[in-house]
Write a protein that binds this ligand. Structure first.
Ligand SMILES: Cc1ncc(COP(=O)(O)O)c(C=O)c1O
Length: 492
């Protein structure tokens, strides 16, 4: 018989009993979390067969013998064997006993831990996508989710509207009119599982593979990936102090079918798109019947003055507005939304119903409640203060430690800031300095589709302890100083 020592790694050790084999010379792992004894024996034998520990054609022990070995009643083993027969994982041979079925696919389960090269967003200082959520808010959120689940009627438990939670869409519509100058009907709002999903849905419903899309250069790497995966032709259009260069876009790809932009706070530069540029972009989109996808990802965090009016608020049937709860609450929530122009709302919503319908309704409803009872607004007031402080700490420590080598741009909004390296450094300077400083800052070169362009650091400052941030800013500033001093490339 096979001599195998590995138990299934997914079972928790404290819930299992591994009995050294006597009749079956393998570890039979009984999962203590399964209350029914027959089901427990059946589950253990089934996994052993599927994993190939019990090979095809092997005779299984008598029910009495196995019951003794496992310390369970005999009828539990009899019932387990019957279930294996029903699964066709075992076969009974007249007068001879029960055998593992002879016809099984080759063992399919890998028994070694699987290692995939997936970006898991490590959380060293300056990594983007961290937020601060206090435990009081989380408790409120949990209570609300629970209340919604407990009170759920049949309408809440079915497939529902592919636009997602109506209470959340209603709250979003209220928020947008009050703070972003966007008048919209909850019927034209679609809740998505994140900005990228919304972008993907827009591409699939409104564009065709091979269509050209203008992208800000440098720009949001995740949007690049999403649009590339959807088969779009990516047209990097440079950004200057007023936002995307519409004249360049017109020159490079006048017939592009869409432009993806971050007008309130360009990612990563932090530039706000000027009114002249907004008008030029809207004019282009209206004239060429192209779509503008406005990613308004961090406008709730405006540190000076009221939030800016969104591009979608300036009118125009060509603008699709995208908002997210990843900054206002936290990214693992996976809740974002699209505001669709009326003319295409139905089309996009129908396309969506063929994909995934909507994110979990109870979470959406609970977020709606945090919005309607003012808890989210309170959270935003508190975190805005906290993040502004974090921003100022990083800027001042970095300025001092880097001795003026970095050009630091303190943003009026958002959860990241940028610090440019001086021109003329070797191409890998950013990577080397980042390693020396042991921080997680993204580099400008990692947000560019084109090889040229200024290099610098994109520094997420939200969701970190103030002291850790200050220490990381000091390390980064000093690493810049040291690197430049060592390389001797620049006249000081
Ligand atoms: C430019 C930009 N858009 C959107 C998002 C949020 O994306 P999501 O809603 O998929 O979490 C981020 C997050 O960092 C971002 O930087």
């Amino acid at each position: 018989m096979a001599k195998v020592v590995a138990a299934r790694p997914t079972l928790k050790a404290d819930m299992t009993t591994t009995l050294p084999g006597r009749l079956l010379d393998i570890p039979i792992v009984l999962d203590g979390s399964i209350s029914n004894q027959a089901a427990r024996v059946h589950a253990a034998l089934r996994m052993a067969i599927i994993d190939g520990y019990l090979r095809p054609g092997l005779k299984l022990p008598s029910s009495r013998g196995l019951a003794e070995q496992l310390g369970v009643p005999r009828n539990a083993v009899v019932a387990a064997y019957e279930q294996l027969l029903g699964d066709e994982l075992a076969e009974a041979r007249q007068g001879s006993g029960t055998y593992v079925t002879a016809h099984l696919p080759a063992a399919s389960m890998a028994r070694t831990p699987i290692q995939l090269d997936i970006d898991s967003f490590p959380n060293r200082a300056f990594a983007l996508g961290r937020t601060h959520v206090d435990s009081g808010l989380l408790r409120q959120f949990a209570t609300s989710v629970r209340r919604h689940i407990v009170a759920a009627g049949p309408d809440h438990l079915g497939y529902g509207d592919p636009r997602g939670s109506l209470p959340l869409r209603t709250e979003i519509a209220r928020h947008l009119v009050a703070s972003r100058g966007i008048r919209c009907d909850p019927n034209c709002i679609m809740i998505t599982g994140g900005t990228q999903q919304g972008l993907r849905l827009c591409a699939e419903a409104l564009l065709a593979p091979g269509d050209s899309v203008w992208l800000e250069e440098p720009g949001y790497y995740a949007a690049h990936g999403t649009l590339r995966a959807a088969g779009m032709g990516l047209i990097p259009v440079p950004v200057d102090g007023e936002g995307i260069r519409v004249d360049e876009g017109r020159r490079l790809a006048p017939m592009a079918r869409a432009a993806y932009v971050t007008p309130s706070h360009q990612f990563p530069t932090g530039v706000t798109m000027s009114m002249a540029r907004r008008v030029a972009l809207l004019d282009w989109a209206n004239a060429s019947r192209a779509w503008i996808i406005e990613d308004d990802y961090d406008s709730e965090f405006r540190y000076a003055g009221p939030p800016l009016t969104a591009l979608a608020g300036l009118g125009g049937e060509r603008v699709i507005y995208s908002g997210t709860f990843s900054k206002t609450l936290f990214p693992s929530l996976r809740l974002a939304y699209l505001v669709l122009p009326q003319s295409v709302a139905e089309h996009v919503i129908k396309a969506r119903s063929g994909v995934d319908r909507f994110p979990p309704a109870f979470l959406s409803d609970a977020v709606a409640e945090l919005m309607s009872n003012g808890a989210l607004a309170g959270h935003l007031r508190r975190t805005r203060l906290r993040y502004r402080q974090a921003r100022d700490t990083v800027a001042s420590v970095l300025e001092t430690a880097g001795r003026g080598q970095l050009r630091i741009v303190v943003p009026p909004q958002g959860l990241h800031m940028v610090a440019y390296l001086p021109a003329g450094l070797p191409g890998d300077a950013g990577v080397r300095i980042r390693e020396m400083a042991a921080v997680e800052a993204r580099l400008f070169s990692e947000t560019s589709l084109l090889p040229e362009g200024a290099e610098g650091f994109i520094l997420g400052f939200s969701g970190y302890d103030g002291r850790d941030l200050a220490a990381a800013a000091k390390r980064l500033g000093e690493a810049v100083e040291t690197y430049i001093g060592r390389s001797g490339v620049l006249a000081r």
